[in-house]
Ligand binder design. Structure first.
Ligand code: G3H
Ligand code: 13P
Ligand code: ZN
Length: 322
């Protein structure tokens, strides 16, 4: 089937108490790993492209790779989404260039300005049959060139969400409840240590999510920064020449819980990067004589597929929902 918007997907996810996985794509192997997993477990899918991905791989290559996935996976609905659109022009370029969904991220701007920019994107997008995700609140961590420190991050203020959604007309809303971008989501000082000495991050603010949901009944909420930073891959990286001390993510049980509530879209990127990097590092360590990219990209793609399958079945709960 051709690319779809997320409208139907989110309605079903909201009513069904699960979330759709939104995975970032940057090259063919990542697209293949994710879509083969979704095809196998029959899950709806959002493939998302950041400004950095467009700069790296080129808009046309990414659109054509995702279109190829729709041909290879004809029975699952796939959305092509712009992740963290920084301005109207980038959103317009993606809307004009075949995307079915865009995010305008003006969350770092003052409230009134965020409304103004988002509204402009919504008007253009809706005129072209494209849906829009917006954001209120600021996540900590790194996204594109922007690095937000934990002190500068702020939870979404529930009392602002109705006015924001009504005035902008956005189709879904990303909120800040304690998730964070990247592989280092929390400093050691923000965490406690369990009996095994492993860092345990502070819990997500489900009270904020609940307040937002009460004010926006039936409205799809989005969580960014939702990688769990699998410790098996952190270990694999560190045991094969890498150095990622104290990388820590969001516990999967908390994401599972969010998926049963109003959260309809959960963004995962860093986990795929860790799987790919860990696998390739291990491959080179074990086979220092090899130099054919197909030989090391093949197990990397296979591990991305396994990781995504696990997320779809056990974390998002969207397997079998295509
Ligand atoms: O939230 C950001 C995503 O992980 C995309 O990262 O800007 O490095 O492509 P990127
Ligand atoms: P992670 O860095 O936790 O994978 O978050 C990805 C994300 O939010 C993409 O928009
Ligand atoms: Zn994000």
């Amino acid at each position: 089937m051709p690319l779809v918007t997320s409208t139907e997907m989110f309605k079903k996810a909201y009513d069904g108490g699960y979330a759709v996985g939104a995975f970032n794509v940057n090259n063919m192997e990542i697209v293949q790993g994710i879509t083969e997993a979704a095809r196998e477990v029959s899950a709806p899918l959002i493939l998302q492209v950041s400004k950095g991905a467009r700069a790296y791989a080129n808009h046309t290559y990414l659109v054509k790779l995702v279109e190829a996935a729709t041909i290879e996976c004809p029975n699952i609905p796939i959305v092509l989404h712009l992740d963290h659109g920084p301005d109207f022009e980038t959103c317009k370029s993606c809307i004009d260039g075949g995307f079915t969904s865009v995010m305008i991220d003006a969350s770092s701007k003052p409230f009134a300005e965020n409304i103004e920019i988002t509204k402009k994107v919504v008007e253009y997008a809706h005129d072209h049959g494209v849906v829009v995700e917006a954001e209120l609140g600021t996540l900590a961590g790194v996204e594109d060139e922007v690095k937000v420190s934990a002190e500068d991050s702020s939870y979404t203020h529930p009392e602002e969400v109705e006015e924001f959604v009504t005035k902008t007309g956005c189709d879904s809303l990303a909120i800040a409840i304690g998730t964070s971008h990247g592989a280092y989501k929390f400093t050691a000082a923000q965490c406690t240590r369990n009996e095994k000495g492993i860092l345990v991050p502070p819990p997500l603010r489900f009270d904020v999510l609940e307040e937002v949901s009460k004010r926006l009944p039936g409205f799809p909420i989005v969580l960014h920064g939702s990688s769990s930073v699998p410790q098996e891959y952190v270990k694999m990286i560190n045991e094969n020449g890498g150095k990622m001390p104290d990388a820590v993510g969001i516990p999967e049980e908390q994401l599972r819980k969010a998926a049963t509530l109003s959260v309809c879209k959960i963004n995962i990127d860093s986990d795929l990067r860790l799987a790919m990097t860990g696998t390739i590092r291990q491959f080179f360590n074990e086979h220092p004589d090899k130099f054919d990219p197909r030989e090391y990209l093949k197990p990397a793609r296979a591990n991305i597929k396994e990781l995504v399958k696990h997320k779809l079945i056990n974390v998002l709960g969207c397997a079998g929902k295509a």
